[in-house]
Ligand binder design. Structure first.
Ligand code: GLC
Length: 569
């Protein structure tokens, strides 16, 4: 019997069933039909007043999450951690971070989600652990300790190890000297995040065991953090000077990575009904397919960065945006499956990067981007707060930042005599902390996030942009999000249907169709703050308008600023 038959029943009762003959669809999977809502627990809701979000806080908002219509939650790491990188430095994979609560809280969270027809995907951080993990304590204690081979060490009598770039280190040096055993250990991220040695079968078995620990609790999936970097060439070749500008070419998909994933599949994934996704999809379509094509028995869906990376501090080209998403869609039209997203906890806010966060256009442009995410082929991943149209905070003072990468990069800039004003101006736009300010629940102090002092400043625009205000406004970004989610859930064509780009060279409007079993939808999105038209071969005279982010009649091929319209043809 399917484990989640009852979730499907509840979901069908809540949202109605699909308007198509679902029997004809090949390769139907619940995770393809999922709508993932990503929760950053540190910033979602604080229940105990210590200024840090917690599991009880999430529990108190489960009805809200259910009201969104989403059916999967991806939770950023909640394991024990000294929090050098907000939980991405795990010191005990089988326990809950004190700031977040207890295992009993976790169990209630999981059952509360399942009761509401929502599945839970956990973040699995096993490219590295914390330096405070017992494995690392043992590993560094002596060269002969049984845990030595759980990490990568280079003995100092052999000279300096070949340069490896670190993303978060103050000196960008991924080898950290440890005098205790006169050796260097490898850390692609911060010094407190030593990389695990996947070549060691014992380490791999430990990881499979801890994955089973969570799967046996009944969780529904794993997002594998930074896993494309997990395998290394441990002959440690010299990389060409300047390789760090394109480090992913040298770090991603190395060694026996696919072998490890196939083993993980055998040991874990094949035994449970899990949704699996790794952060990053290598450097080519071939890499991405090798991760997710179902005949290979590795992962379920690719999470590629080319789309989300398009928006730089100077903006992005709409033509290029269309080209990238169309190219990825066509590369996955016949096998494999994609994730569709424009934001996560490592990015500034979606509306600030891809839309327009000025008061005049914040709401409509958020809604337009939401329409895009909910009408593409691939599983939508939606970051908490974007359903309110939350915006970047843009800190200008380094003391406001909390992110290890921002703080260490600033220190690097200071030490190397860089222009700090220019550095801070850029950081204000690009920082991950923009996406990590607390969720804005209402207009009370701290946006209703905490009764204490928040661990990071709340965006002062919480007095107008908040859940309570949007709840009572039928035309809010929040209520539009719910409509868009409902629309996707009502039409399997929006999940599985073929995608075709229209009016390709239009520099302002993104127009496409989705089609399945004779059901055809047309999506028109104006990415500009001025009216724009599109050129379509077929007219819209007989089309039925299903969704529009403007009141009043749609004007067909002439779109208002950031207008989004979904038609059934
Ligand atoms: C991933 C996470 C990011 C974290 C890094 C190191 O990129 O998404 O938040 O800092 O891995 O774990």
């Amino acid at each position: 019997m399917r484990k989640f038959w009852w979730i499907e029943l509840v979901t069908a009762a809540l949202f109605g069933s699909y308007h198509t003959d679902a029997q004809n669809i090949e390769g139907r999977k619940w995770w393809k039909e999922a709508i993932v809502y990503q929760i950053y627990p540190r910033s979602f809701k604080d229940q105990d007043g210590d200024g840090i979000g917690d599991l009880k806080g999430i529990i108190s908002k489960l009805d809200y999450i259910q009201s969104l219509g989403v059916n999967v939650v991806w939770l950023n790491p909640v394991y024990s951690s000294p929090n050098d990188d907000n939980g991405y430095d795990v010191s005990d994979y089988r326990d809950i971070m004190k700031d977040f609560g207890t295992m009993a809280d976790f169990d209630s969270l999981l059952s509360g989600m399942h009761r509401r027809g929502i599945r839970l995907v956990m973040d699995l951080v096993v490219n590295h652990s914390s330096d405070e993990h017992e494995w690392f304590r043992q590993s560094r204690s002596s060269r002969t300790n049984p845990y030595r081979e759980y990490y990568h060490w280079w003995n100092a009598e052999n000279g300096k190890p070949p340069y490896r770039y670190s993303l978060f280190d103050v000196n960008h040096d991924a080898w950290r000297y440890d005098s205790l055993t006169n050796a260097y250990y490898l850390h692609y991220f911060s010094r407190k995040q030593p990389d695990l040695n996947w070549e060691n079968p014992k380490l791999r078995q430990e990881v499979y065991d801890l994955m089973k620990f969570w799967a046996d609790k009944g969780i529904d999936g794993f997002r594998l953090d930074a896993f494309q970097f997990a395998a290394k060439d441990t002959t440690w070749p010299q990389f060409p000077a300047g390789f760090e500008k394109d480090f992913s070419r040298y770090y991603a998909m190395q060694g026996n990575l696919h072998g490890y994933l196939q083993q993980m599949y055998q040991e874990v994934f094949s035994k449970y009904d899990l949704m699996t996704v790794a952060e990053g999809a290598g450097n080519s379509f071939e890499d991405a397919h090798n991760l997710v094509d179902s005949n290979r028995h590795e992962l379920d869906m690719a999470y590629a960065f080319e789309g989300v990376d398009l928006a730089g501090p100077e903006g992005y080209s709409v033509r290029q945006f269309k080209e990238v998403f169309s190219r990825w869609d066509s590369a996955f039209a016949h096998s494999g499956w994609l994730s569709i997203f424009l934001a996560n906890h490592d990015q500034a806010r979606m509306v600030s990067r891809f839309g327009n966060d000025s008061p005049a256009f914040r709401a409509v442009s958020s809604e337009m981007l939401t329409t895009f995410i909910m009408t593409m082929r691939g599983t939508p991943y939606y970051y908490n707060g974007d359903e309110l149209g939350m915006t970047d905070i843009r800190f200008h003072d380094i003391s406001d930042y909390r992110d290890v990468s921002a703080l260490n990069e600033y220190e690097h800039a200071r030490r190397t005599g860089a222009d700090l004003k220019a550095f801070l101006d850029r950081l204000a736009i690009t920082s991950r902390d923009n996406g990590r300010t607390p969720f804005q629940w209402d207009r009370s102090a701290n946006g209703g996030f905490t009764s204490g002092r928040p661990w990071i400043k709340v965006n002062p625009n919480y007095t107008t942009i908040n859940e309570a205000a949007e709840e009572s406004d039928p035309s809010s970004v929040l209520n539009y999000f719910r409509k868009a989610v409902r629309l996707r859930k009502e039409h399997l064509a929006l999940v599985y249907g073929t995608y075709a780009l229209l009016d390709r060279d239009n520099p302002d409007v993104y127009a496409y169709t989705r089609e399945l079993d004779g059901q055809k939808f047309m999506i028109l999105l104006n990415f500009r703050s001025r009216p724009a038209s599109c050129h379509l071969d077929a007219g819209l005279a007989h089309a039925k308008l299903l969704l529009d982010n403007y009141p009043g009649p749609a004007r067909g091929v002439v779109l208002r600023p950031y207008e989004a319209a979904v038609y059934q043809l």
